[in-house]
Design a protein around this ligand. Sequence first.
Ligand code: BGC
Length: 763
Amino acid sequence: MKKIFLIGLFFIGLSCKKSINTAKQTSGSSFQLRIENKIDSLIDIMTLEEKIGQMNQYTGFWDATGPIPIKGDQSATKYKDLKKGLVGSMLNVQGAKQVRALQKIAVEETRLGIPLIFGFDVIHGYKTIGPIPLAESASWDMEVIKKAAQNAAEETAAAGINWTFAPMVDISRDPRWGRVMEGAGEDPYLGAKIGVARVEGFQGEDLASPKTIAACAKHFAGYGFAESGRDYNTVDLGTSTLYNIILPPFKAVSQAGVRTFMNAFNVLNNIPATGNTFLQREVLKKEWRFNGFVVSDWGSIAEMENHGYAQNIKHAAELAVKAGSDMDMESSAYVTELVNLVNNGTVDEKLIDDAARRILRVKFELGLFDDPYRYCNEENERNIIGKKEFYDDALDIAKKSIVLLKNENNLLPLKKENQKIAVIGALAQDKTSPLGNWRIAADNGTAISVLEGLKQYKGNTLKYAKGADVLAPDSKVAFVSELKINETDTSGFAEAIALAKTSDVVIMVLGEHGLQTGEARSRTHIDLPGVQQELLEMVYKVNKNIVLVLNNGRPLAITWASENIPAIVEAWQLGVQSGNAIAQVLYGDYNPSGKLPMTFPKSVGQIPIYYNHNSTGRPYGEGNDVVFWSHYMDESNKPLYPFGYGLSYTSFSYKNLKIKVVEGREIQVMVDVTNTGKLKGKEVAQLYIQDKYASVVRPVRELKGFKMVELEPKETKTIMFMLTEKELGFYSNTGKYIVEPGTFNVFVGGNSWASLTHAFNLK
Ligand code: BGC
């Protein structure tokens, strides 16, 4: 046994030593060829069991020296599997020491010594937590989004981990779904750009660098369309929506070289995504030529039995592997069933070879065969994690993620002197909630609170009253969804009201606790949870000078506040620098520039509500004295705040929209943007198109370009967008990309309601 192990190790070491990786080498074709040769040789000497072992991923709940007893037998079995070379990957293991210890078992105690790949959910930072992805998306700034992913990768790699389960590129139109916090919102064009920026940030130029990690596009596909926003619920998705809304961000990240995909819990046309051949084999691996690997979602292979699609776990393993799921996350279906399924001829061994090759390919690219411990340097870990520069960058992106929703009478920015300021709301002093959900490696209490941020401005008097908590004290919201999670106690109201009465300005920090969004955190009421709305209205009765600072991980229906409160700042969950970023925006040291990546509804009844909807046969419009058109009797069709919306402390105007057909199908769009206010500011100029008439019904408008422009007061800049076939076409119902001639409307402005418009004809 030992001998074979040594031969294996020698062979791998020998063939790998020559490939000291450089940026060029990882992308060059000769580098790839060498990897393919190594994979060939390795596959040749692997037993069926070992190949299947590569396809097995376990969560890391055992100690490096042995199983943690709590999980009993299950843990012991997994530990034995690891020693037998029947585990290819682990998730949820953190820290260089821990990773090294487990890697050592794989490398030194198994026959072939194939290293493990360690995965982890690094969704918005590892230890240095940044804004939640939805917030970050509100920056519309690809450079900072990429930088955030880059920093997260460096920190993660320093902790021994080589692979993140991010970015989530699921498009969603339903703010009831708690996982909207994890994505880029409702738009496929913006979503694709952000997905690519994140993948480039995580993976860098050289996957084998100790500063980069492999990324994972998830959840393939349609997971964000869970019916009624209830997580894990069924999905019913039309073909046109699949091709034009759901798949484009996945395709974009695949083209950008994302190394792994994760499939999903949901069904697509009543076939579970995990067992979906069309998605995984036809679209992803054949049409898009994806040569990385697909990991299942947690237990999603076994869940096909619950779906009533697989008869039992054996059948589930067969269906999943045939459909193209390469790695089994925590179902133990492959490791227990596949050997027999191959031996009795049910599953072709070629499928196993293909899956194992894909997994080995990514391991080779990560440099794990060159040095399986390359990510396990404890000194490095100490020096890199929490680096000052990561904190500085986290502040930069946090500021850029904030969206100013309302600012009547220029209540903001706050005056820096001689003001009596009241700060109200439990979230104002919370140092954990701003970390949001999906921050497994972070420590509680590591965020700068709003109060701490504001205290740095010494010219005003600052007083705080909690008013009310968000969550009930005995709430177990972190772990389970319970109906009674929200606070009902109003005994702190009196103190808050008294304080507001004697203050010049009241800053109310209200919203969702950081763990009220995320996986399994669906809500039917997307208002301010608990008694916060009541608190807001009571305080408003005694002082109307309220700045409402929202902390939340999804769009909220805050209609009353939007009608009554003069200033509203959308501050999401912004991570470790939350309080500093918010204070700098409130005091005008940063002029807000964020734009909503997702529509805010007026009420839950409007959901799904999104800007790029189709026109109906009865659109007519509000205000007409007719009954039989597509509308509600008790609510407007309009959202509270549209997609792309966000104000600044200055104002912008758009003029002189010009369109020039440069060449047959290249259209140049020019527009002048002027800063019409008194402060320097940044604006995200957005371009939307409408294909007036096509062979399938097209949306009323679609985002097809955006540009960030920074302007001094009174300054004008002309900005240019290019529209090419890439922007002007769409996918037919058979998935074919087509560009049809005809009339297009163009709209340019500061949000999806942009009214400056012009038309052109495409030949
Ligand atoms: C989630 C995935 C996540 C995985 C591993 C699942 O429940 O759906 O997004 O990556 O767990 O933590």
